[in-house]
Ligand binder design. Structure first.
Ligand code: NAD
Ligand code: DAU
Length: 328
């Protein structure tokens, strides 16, 4: 499991060890987004081991992969805004890292699952993308994710490697780094800080609760057909400004906190996934947005131990650089 100390990866590791009894080796570089605290409840658990290293480092990969039956790759640089201000590391991790893992899986004939994103299809005004929609990414983040998907498919086609790709829509839930819309707005609202909405706030995202995505990936790991891609979409779409208003209501604040700021360059207007193909395998999302958002806001309110070190560390400098104002 690569990238298991991140947001979605940590939920997946917990599900696999607790609910499926799997033995899991986590390989993670511990970037700013990777935090061992995300897995602190698993430390010392039987069948769980952690290896600190990068997926682009063949020695680290070899150390982690011995004894494994499958590779599930979550490891990535994941924030679109950071890919715009500094794309280089996105190429290293997404391209060199994925290639290094594919080579290691090929050598050992392992099943390989690539965790990907709806952003590889680009923006869609109406309707939803299917797995056969063309890849048309817009940002350095989504372009490197699309590049990694193509590389994965080439290993299935050329070397008969047993690969599966899972393309998820926007995830939310506990342990998400507060550079992303929902945790950023929840924590800013709890602190009485401004809520920075890009552009007109009418961009639409297709929200998927993190445990549902983790379950979908597990489902594809078990039942996905070799060489295939599966969209794992959320049950609800919502414009950003409505997400922010719901968070204001959940945190007892008012709309005076909303601040419209300069739009993200090349900002995708709407994402939407059709997920009939994975539904046909027996997976379906369980958590609707209203309930999931309430659960998420409550988790951030009750888990200051997790976010306090983030809000007092490098994140403050990132925030100031990106938004041109200090956190309160
Ligand atoms: P995250 O940023 O929270 O975590 C990424 C993890 O990968 C971190 O633990 C980090 O340390 C690790 N990592 C980064 N570069 C690495 C490298 N070179 N070698 C080893 N480890 C490295 O990300 P997330 O939101 O949990 O996303 C996980 C995966 O799911 C990514 O591949 C992302 O593209 C995909 N995805 C995310 C979403 C979403 O809404 N967050 C939606 C669909 C798909
Ligand atoms: O769609 C899946 C993707 O979702 C994943 O592949 C990415 O890894 C993940 O970061 C996410 O990308 P987005 O760009 O959609 O997520 P983000 O949380 O950065 O932004 C969600 C929307 O909110 C987007 O339209 C931009 C807007 N936004 C974001 C921030 C951080 C704001 O209006 N203000 C903000 O401060």
């Amino acid at each position: 499991m690569c990238g298991g100390a991140g947001f979605i990866g940590s939920h997946f590791v917990r599900q696999r060890t607790r609910e499926h009894g799997d033995e899991v080796a986590v390989l993670d570089k511990l970037t700013y987004a990777g935090r061992e605290e995300n897995l602190r409840d698993l430390a010392g658990a039987p069948g769980y081991r952690f290896i600190h290293g990068a997926i682009e480092d063949p020695d680290a990969v070899a150390a982690a992969i011995d004894g494994c039956d499958a590779v599930v790759n979550f490891a990535a640089e994941t924030h679109v805004d950071r890919s715009i201000s500094g794309p280089e590391v996105f190429l290293t991790t997404q391209m060199n890292g994925t290639w290094t893992l594919l080579e290691a899986a090929r050598e050992r004939e392992l099943r390989y699952v690539q965790v990907s994103t709806d952003e590889v299809y680009g923006s869609i005004e109406e309707g939803s993308f299917t797995e056969s929609s063309p890849l048309d990414p817009s940002s350095p983040y989504s372009a490197t994710k699309a590049g990694a998907d193509l590389l994965v498919s080439s290993y299935a086609h050329t070397y008969d490697l047993e690969t599966v790709i899972c393309r998820g829509s926007n995830n939310y839930g506990p342990f998400q780094y507060p550079e992303k819309l929902i945790p950023l707005m929840v924590l800013n609202a709890l602190h009485g800080d401004a809520l920075p909405v890009y552009g007109d706030g009418m961009q639409v995202r297709n929200w998927l609760y993190v445990e549902d995505f983790a379950g979908g990936i597990g489902h594809a790991l078990a039942y996905g057909a070799p060489g295939e891609a599966y969209n794992v979409g959320g049950p609800d779409e919502c414009p950003n400004i409505d997400v922010v208003r719901r968070i204001i209501a959940l945190t007892g604040r008012d709309e005076s906190l909303i601040e419209y700021v300069t739009d993200r360059p090349g900002h995708d207007r709407r994402y939407s996934l059709g997920w009939e193909k994975i539904r046909a395998l027996g997976w379906t999302a369980q958590v609707r947005f209203e309930a999931g958002l309430e659960r998420t806001a409550a988790w951030y309110r009750d888990n200051a131990w997790w976010w306090e070190p983030i809000r007092s560390g490098e994140y403050r400098a990132y925030y100031e650089r990106h938004y041109g104002r200090a956190l309160g």
